[in-house]
Write a protein that binds this ligand. Structure first.
Ligand code: ZN
Length: 1180
């Protein structure tokens, strides 16, 4: 046996007076005793004085027995043996507080009589033989032991029964490892678990569960003594421990203090909550005496379920301890747990649990998590409220329920989709919370308050099987020494010195990252399950006292800092860990040289109701994302974001890109904050060269774009623009501001002077690292001026332009384009091409101005702008129009309150004619609904109830139009509008009929005949022979076309698999326009044009014709319904709508929600808007 080697010859030591100094095999512990420490009130064998706190488990049987001698000895040892529900222990005397040995009842497999008044206690690995004084006594012991073991076994069926958990602790250890204990020669293996500290001879014993003794921490007190030492004081003995390092010591002290807190925790709340029978068993797995709770779901749960609850995030469940989180337990909350509690909660949440999916106290963590996700996140077993799916009715019912004492109804409504903050229509009590308050329903208020931010459960398509957690992750194996600090619950604030790291042997195997004291230890000091890892961060070199460090974040809001001296090995570890926890569908991300990788919840697209899970990796200034529903990762250029802001109380990070808005949610605080900082940093301009700036979509530094835009809008006619100098101090501070974060800077007329901005732009170019023309090619540009032949010179400029890096080329083009425009106004501003060249030549080439050639280059570039930059007529015309629009706007708006920097667009009211023209600035956040109201406001049109004013995209070439969905963002549409398209705001005449149709129909798909024509030829010559009858089925995912005409409408639709559709398109990718161009001679006037674009950006276009107007309306309504998740029209309670009318004409043309400015401004705006949309406008 391994223990043998620990046995040392005993020679005449004081304590060998005892019989037991003839050491028995399992009592080598005796041999560890030195003389009792001087300051110690005793040894393990000291006497209880009888007044100390009572032991936590009552004794079932106790008495003197002889313990059999080990091999090679014949002398029995007299022992006081004590049995309680959990342990069989023996002591030197009946007064001892601490045993010499404990055997968990759970590890006893058999008790047998072995003759001579002896009986044998058989455990998994070891046998203990005792001798009683008589056969009767022996039989009594056997009977009692068998009974207790039997009871335990039947309970054990409900518990996990792996060999690892047979140790005496009911819960896995909170901390375990080796410690020196004064008085013992060898280190002991110590485990802190729950409210006890267990001492074992070695790690092997710990694994077997057979230990020396345990300390009940309700009588414990921990005190630090010196750098590595600390005392655990009890009334019977002081245990003086010594750890390997001060870091280790701190971890031990913390763990033991936690254990004391648990032992001393106040069970008053628990007792009161347990007063209701159903609260005495875990709401999820049925474990007895659950001492945790979800305070928003109002369920009482066990510790293991609580751990998994935490993983669901606070949006789903807010976990608190009954015993430790005392502050949260108000009288109302306790009362709420009496009223709702496990009984009422489960009547709702667990109304339909198939027995095969239910969990028991024995369920493993995977199983538990899967069940809890299905139960609470997806609401899979819910009892559906009859109003489910009808938002308005649900909200209305909620407003009614909160004024009554019917909490079960409120629960059902809330978790079936009623909005906790829905509008009540009552100005005195605008929210359900206010209604409850008015009605004096304290418990309703309490319930609403705890669920203020709760998410409605949503059953995912395909069920929980598709959740990434349950997909087996690739098994990665890696091991080696790593440096490690204790885990943390806060971000790593400061640099950690080398001495704060401890060297640990680490293994990554079978989905567990374990760390050991050293490579010879069998029992880990701790472990991290890879499925719990949510984020992995590669720190820059030398961020801490060890060259390479990385951070591992886990679901339960802790982070681990690891380090290595070799960057290569660190990289290998990073790759291995990343590979082990990143979902296979996101494995593309693993190939990146990421700084940070992990999973986060996000919302995007039009469907903002449900948060999805995506995998994110940050590498350089690019955020790579594997969205839940896409196959490939998509890179987001953070430097090119239009907006980057935080909403709420650090809860949502909003990234506005040209084509989409992405909301990243802070489900967990710790890793989310890390992401926010990293993304903000990566999205900001960081250096002095062009490529390091924040960029626009077309690769022009945002700083340059902002300045040019401002001058274009406010300074084209300003005399001496770019020649006059601005105020030096203002220029300096403006440049600094723009350099820091151009995205957040809005140049405003009145606030900024044209000349200051002009000089800021010049100074930016003058100070630019490597210059606009680059150090490498700069001289070639200057030399080109010497070419006499005009054509040859232009050719050379074009060649040189081709050699510039993308950003330089784009910037040069933008700047020259700007100067080209400026000189067009030289009549007013006195800045002709020559003057501009004199100013910009030395600036761009960063010369002293003595070399005339620099000016010549700029002059040539402006003069030959069209040729050198290959500008086509259409582009020129667009610019022309833009300038015209700006000039008109300037004439119109003399008040000067306008912001620069937004896209300006022409929108028509009702029809395209000059009188109906409106020039509107389109901020990135503007939706079609907001645009519509802006236009109506300007024209002071008061909307009536059934006026369905909408914004339409009109395509003149196709003679078709499309009403924009109210929540659609306008800016991306503008960017895609061709020259033959425009936006118009008008009433949507068929909306009412469409809504009536949708509300009255049965089922949610539509099928029937339509006439179909395909545009086959790319040149649009139309090889198609015309329109043909086809059968169509439109369901919630796709549109299918069947060639075979089956219908005549009485026949059932071809739903069976035997009828494969000839064509099939995902509805999501279809754009449906009303109308068909007349050239195609559609057979009826009730047609629509459909554009289809697949993932590879291949486009198709075809035409559908219906027989009647009603039929067209139904098809179109179904398309809209499917594409917009059922929401065709904003509900009447929409705040935007309610507050916008009647209008105050003073409000002029301010865009509706100015979501602009810095974080706090933004938060204030949002908050102000939420309470009273009008205040915001009044303050402007
Ligand atoms: Zn449980």
């Amino acid at each position: 046996m391994a223990n043998k080697e620990d046995a040392e010859p005993v020679t005449g030591r004081p304590r060998s007076l005892r019989v037991n100094s003839l050491f028995s095999e399992d009592e080598l512990i005796e041999d560890y005793y030195d003389a009792p420490p001087a300051n110690s009130p005793g040894t393990l064998g000291d006497r209880m004085d009888g007044t100390a706190a009572a032991p936590l488990s009552p004794t079932i049987k106790a008495g003197w027995l002889d313990k059999n001698p080990p091999q090679g000895s014949y002398i029995y040892q007299k022992r006081w043996v004590k049995l309680d529900a959990d342990h069989l222990r023996y002591f030197d005397t009946e007064k001892d507080a601490y045993s010499k040995r404990f055997i968990p009842v759970s590890s006893i497999s058999r008790i047998a009589s072995v003759g001579d008044q002896k009986f044998e206690v058989v455990t998994n690995n070891r046998n203990f033989v005792f001798r009683a004084e008589s056969d009767a006594d022996r039989n009594e012991w056997i009977r009692t032991l068998q009974q207790i073991a039997e009871e335990r076994k039947s309970k054990a069926l409900e518990r996990t029964s792996t060999s690892l958990t047979t140790n005496g602790a009911a819960d896995p250890a909170d901390k375990s490892g080796f410690l020196e204990l004064r008085g013992f020669k060898h280190k002991l293996f110590v485990a802190v678990a729950g409210d006890k500290v267990f001492l074992y001879k070695n790690a092997e014993d710990y694994r077997l569960g057979i230990g020396i003794t345990y300390i009940e921490m309700n009588v414990g007190n921990v005190k630090e003594v010196d750098r590595r030492g600390f005392d655990l004081t009890t009334p019977y003995r002081i245990f003086s421990f010594s750890a390997d390092s001060d870091q280790e010591k701190e971890e031990w002290v913390e763990a033991m203090q936690q254990s004391i807190a648990e032992a001393l925790s106040n069970s008053e709340v628990a007792e009161r909550i347990w007063a209701v029978e159903s609260n005495r068993f875990c709401a999820d797995c049925g474990s007895p005496k659950p001492d945790w709770a979800s305070i928003n779901l109002c369920v009482v749960i066990c510790k293991r379920c609580a751990g998994e609850h935490r993983g669901l995030g606070p949006g789903i469940t807010k976990v608190r301890s009954l015993k430790m989180d005392r502050k949260v337990w108000t009288e109302e909350l306790i009362e709420l747990f009496h009223q709702i509690g496990n009984a009422v909660a489960n009547q709702f949440w667990a109304a339909n649990v198939p027995p095969s999916e239910a969990i028991t106290p024995a369920s493993g963590s995977q199983e538990r998590r899967r069940f809890l996700i299905a139960k609470y996140r997806e609401g899979k077993y819910r009892r559906y409220h009859p109003l489910f799916g009808n938002q308005e009715e649900l909200d209305r019912a909620l407003c009614a329920a909160v004024t009554t004492s019917d909490l079960a109804e409120t629960q059902a409504l809330l978790f079936c989709g009623a909005a906790v903050t829905c509008a009540t229509g009552d100005p005195q009590c605008p929210t359900p919370l206010a209604l409850a308050e008015k009605s004096g329903q304290r418990l309703q208020m309490e319930f609403l308050l705890h669920n203020k931010t709760s998410e409605t459960p949503r059953l995912e398509v395909g069920g929980s099987e598709e959740k990434p957690y349950s997909v087996p992750l690739p098994s990665v194996t890696h091991n080696g020494f790593l440096y490690k600090t204790p885990s943390m619950a806060k971000p790593v604030g400061e640099r950690k010195g080398q001495e704060e790291f401890s060297r640990r042997w680490c293994t990554l195997q079978d989905g567990v990252l374990s760390y050991y004291e050293n490579d010879r230890n069998a029992v880990p000091n701790g472990e991290i399950k890879v499925e719990e890892i949510v984020c992995l961060v590669n720190n820059p070199p030398h961020a801490h006292g060890i060259e390479s460090t990385f951070e591992v974040y886990i679901e339960s809001e802790r982070l681990y800092l690891f380090g290595l001296e070799s960057p290569d090995s660190a990289r290998e570890w990073l790759k291995s860990i990343a590979k082990s926890f990143v979902h296979p569908r996101a494995e593309e991300l693993l190939a990146l040289d990421f700084e940070r990788i992990g999973r986060l919840h996000y919302k995007g697209g039009l469907n903002l109701e449900r948060a999805k899970e995506g995998w994110f990796a940050l590498a350089g200034s690019t955020l790579h994302v594997c969205f839940e529903d896409s196959e490939r990762q998509e890179p987001l250029q953070l430097r090119k974001l239009q907006e980057l802001s935080i909403q709420g109380d650090n809860e949502v990070l909003v990234l506005v890109e040209r084509r989409r808005t992405l909301y990243i949610q802070g489900e967990r605080k710790l890793d989310f904050l890390g992401w926010v900082h990293a993304i903000q940093k990566a999205a900001g301009g960081s250096g002095h060269t062009l490529a390091e700036q924040q960029l626009t979509e077309s690769d022009v530094p945002l700083l340059v774009d902002r300045c040019i835009d401002y001058i274009t809008q406010c300074g084209l006619t300003s005399e001496g623009i770019y020649r006059k100098s601005g105020q030096n101090s203002k220029t300096t501070s403006l440049l600094e501001m723009l350099r820091r974060d151009a995205r957040s800077v809005r140049l405003k007329e009145g606030e900024h002077q044209v000349d200051d901005v002009a000089n800021t732009l010049k100074r930016f170019f003058r100070d630019l690292g490597d210059g606009l023309f680059t150090g490498r090619w700069g001289q070639d540009w200057l030399r080109a001026t010497a070419l006499e032949d005009e054509e040859a010179k232009i050719g050379e400029y074009r060649r040189l332009l081709g050699t510039l890096p993308t950003v330089n080329r784009a910037t040069l083009k933008a700047l020259i384009n700007h100067l080209f425009r400026v000189q067009r106004f030289s009549g007013e501003n006195q800045m002709n091409t020559h003057n501009l060249a004199i100013v910009f030549g030395p600036t761009l080439f960063q010369t002293d101005g003595k070399d005339y050639k620099a000016g010549r280059v700029v002059e040539d570039l402006i003069s030959h702008y069209v040729k050198i930059f290959n500008v086509n007529d259409q582009e020129m015309k667009k610019q022309q129009d833009e300038i015209m629009a700006i000039m008109k706007m300037r004439e119109a708006a003399s008040s000067g309150t306008q912001q620069a920097g937004d896209f300006i667009c022409t929108v028509y009211l009702e029809e395209k004619k000059t009188e109906a023209e409106q020039h509107v600035k389109i901020p990135a956040t503007m939706t079609a609904e907001e645009l519509t109201f802006e236009i109506l406001d300007r024209r002071k049109i008061v909307t009536k109830e059934k006026d369905y004013w909408s914004c339409f995209e009109v395509n003149e070439r196709e003679e078709a139009e499309r009403p924009l969905h109210y929540s659609e963002k306008v800016l991306p549409i503008l960017h895609c509008l061709g020259t033959e398209s425009y936006l118009v705001v008008k009433k949507q005449m068929s909306m009412e009929n469409m809504l009536i149709y949708l509300a009255s129909r049965v089922g949610d798909c539509k099928h029937g005949m339509m006439k179909f024509r395909e545009e086959r030829n790319l040149l649009g010559l139309g090889l198609s022979t015309g329109f043909h009858d086809r059968y169509f089925i439109l369901n919630h995912t796709c549109l299918r076309l069947y060639k075979e005409v089956r219908s005549l409408k009485q026949r059932p639709p071809p739903l069976e698999n035997s009828h494969k559709p000839e064509k099939e398109w995902p509805v999501r990718n279809l754009k449906v326009y009303l109308g068909i161009k007349k050239k195609l001679r559609p057979p009826t006037c009730w047609g629509f044009t459909v554009f289809y674009e697949n993932e590879k950006h291949e486009k198709q276009q075809w035409y559908l014709c219906c027989d009647t107007q009603a039929d067209l309306r139904e098809w179109f309504a179904t398309f809209l319904h499917v594409q917009n998740g059922g929401a065709l029209w904003p509900s009447e309670t929409s705040k935007v709508r309610a507050s916008r009318s009647p209008q105050d004409s003073r409000l002029g043309n301010i865009s509706l929600i100015p979501l602009r400015g810095n974080e706090s401004e933004m938060r204030n705006s949002v908050a102000a808007f939420a309470t009273d949309p009008l205040t915001l406008l009044r303050n402007v």
